[in-house]
Write a protein that binds this ligand. Structure first.
Ligand SMILES: Cc1ncc(COP(=O)(O)O)c(C=O)c1O
Length: 331
């Protein structure tokens, strides 16, 4: 099947490792796909999508890439770093005021010398698309071309990132002789989950693909994922029809809200680091992995034996939580 072209920007295939101690604890075989190891500057899931998005932008002769996200957006940082690698000019619009941040991804956006615009929460939530369009218009007046990547690169072309990762997983299964019956990922804007679902459907891989929301509700994301899957159809020779029965999205584990953490969530990240020697992030993977363990107790995963959790990255986000983690207070 023909899919859109991409540029090679990340380390792949990423490793799959078994979490021996966690597997024993929950009486399941639990594996991690280390998408946090896609690159140093571009660590995490977003570079998989950006390989396709930036190719499209270059084909359209873009000079500037515009994108947006929370103040600690991993997506913004990956985009900025990837732009520097391919010689495009990065412009980011960050939602300011949600959580204090001078470190982590926010610091790196500035280190890479991106044009960083700070937008208040209300203005961002009501008008970020218009704000970015206006910027494209003002660039055009100066003879430059802006290409907009929507939040999280969760849109038609971006979904091909995790479509490709799903195919990579199938190759890794053949080499390792392990069949992952269930694949689990965090849902933040939906494109990672959508890509996995797209490949599962098109190639009849018959896997259970579970998405765990960490901000909005299950119902919100069912609609959002079906919407962005539809957007990918314009790149395919034969459009695919999806329905809610293709999705398995759990209840949300947003807790206090996007990018906010309870002490219990941070304690979970610390316990996990001490047990497995692996860093989860506070906004996405920490909440989703913890959510998955709660769902083990609620029998949600009773039919799953070999579970592959996609570690989508986010490690730089940990640094913005240094004060809250207050290492000495946590056990
Ligand atoms: C580290 C990390 N994990 C997971 C996600 C969620 O992925 P998606 O936005 O494709 O749902 C994101 C971004 O939103 C992220 O930065």
């Amino acid at each position: 099947m023909n899919i859109p072209k991409k540029i090679e920007l990340c380390n792949k295939p990423t490793r799959i490792e078994k979490l021996e101690k966690t597997s024993k604890k929950y009486n399941k075989n639990i594996f991690l796909k280390r998408e946090d190891e896609t690159g140093t500057e571009t660590s995490g899931n977003k570079i998989r999508k950006l390989e396709f998005c930036l190719k499209e932008a270059i084909e359209q002769k873009a000079t500037h890439i515009l994108t947006c996200g929370g103040i600690e957006s991993n997506h913004a940082r990956s985009t900025v770093a990837a732009c520097r690698k391919v010689g495009l000019n990065p412009i980011v619009f960050l939602r300011a005021g949600e959580v204090p941040s001078t470190s982590g991804n926010h610091f790196l956006d500035n280190l890479f010398g991106a044009e960083v615009n700070y937008i208040g929460i209300d203005e961002f939530n009501s008008g970020i698309d218009d704000i970015m369009k206006e910027k494209v218009e003002s660039l055009a007046k100066e003879g430059m071309k802006g290409y907009i990547i929507p939040m999280g690169a969760s849109y038609g072309i971006g979904n091909f990132g995790y479509y490709s990762v799903m195919k990579e997983i199938i190759e890794q299964e053949k080499l390792s002789n392990i069949n992952f019956d269930t694949i689990v990922t965090t849902i933040g804007s939906g494109g990672t989950y959508a890509g996995l679902v797209m490949a599962n459907k098109i190639h009849s891989f018959n896997k259970t693909i579970v998405g765990i929301p960490i901000c909005d509700s299950k119902e919100f994301f069912e609609e959002q994922v079906l919407n962005i899957l539809e957007q990918s159809n314009k790149y395919l020779e034969t459009p695919v029809k999806y329905s809610r029965s293709d999705l398995k999205i759990t209840k949300d584990f947003a807790g206090l809200g996007y990018a906010l953490n309870t002490e219990k969530e941070l304690q979970f990240i610390k316990d996990f680091a001490m047990t497995e020697g692996v860093l989860l992030d506070p906004t996405y993977t920490g909440k989703a992995f913890r959510g998955m363990t709660k769902l083990f107790d609620e029998n949600f995963f009773d039919n799953s034996k070999n579970i592959l959790f996609i570690h989508t990255g986010g490690v730089y986000g940990l640094f913005s939580k240094q004060t809250q983690i207050q290492i000495n207070r946590l056990k």
